[in-house]
Design a protein. Structure first.
Length: 185
């Protein structure tokens, strides 16, 4: 959270440095922030995740929903509120200034790592769809020792995390115009 605040503060300081000295007024950022509904929990703020069946339920009488894991709050949206803050990806109205060649008036550049979704796949190699399956070295079907299935500590059983490149904001401030959308002089 501090990195996002620092990046925003850095952008404003850089925009103030680019501002016209005669007006002493910093140019406004071309892009604006907006709230978007969390696509993982569908705006509820909490969700249930079901572990995959790798034989650990064999012979159990209880219903399989007994093994579901409830995640409250949702690990992707902002503290389980059902929404998260992101850059508004709509194109702002052009001004009379010359547009920035990198972002073209928007002041932001879409994230290439997550393809402007703000959500990426879990980076842990042993995580398969949010779950880690640990089979013992002596595991055999005849021994009736089921594997251990537990939620991934990184993604908490979802298989998705916030994009580390854009911090879930779907885009980053343009580093050529410092978020103003106009070409620097």
């Amino acid at each position: 959270m501090r990195k996002i605040a620092f990046a925003g503060m850095f952008a404003m300081v850089a925009a103030m440095a680019v501002a016209d000295a005669s007006t002493n007024k910093p140019p406004a950022l071309a892009a604006s922030k907006t709230r978007i509904k969390c696509t993982v929990c569908n705006g509820r703020g909490h969700l249930k995740v079901s572990p995959p069946d790798h034989g650990q339920y064999g012979g159990r009488i209880e219903h399989r929903s007994h093994w579901d894991v409830k995640l409250n709050p949702c690990p992707v949206c902002t503290r389980g509120r059902g929404w998260r803050e992101a850059w508004d990806l709509t194109q702002p109205e052009p001004t009379e200034a010359v547009p920035c060649t990198k972002c073209g008036w928007s002041g932001i550049v879409q994230c290439r790592k997550c393809l402007a979704s703000g959500i990426a796949d879990c980076p842990k190699s042993e995580c398969k769809d949010g779950w880690i399956v640990e089979k013992s070295s002596t595991y055999r079907r005849s021994s009736r020792k089921p594997p251990s299935v537990k939620p991934c500590p990184e993604c908490k059983g979802i298989g998705k995390i916030l994009c580390r490149a854009c911090k879930g904001m779907r885009a980053e401030l343009c580093n050529r115009c410092y978020g103003t959308g106009a070409k620097r002089r």
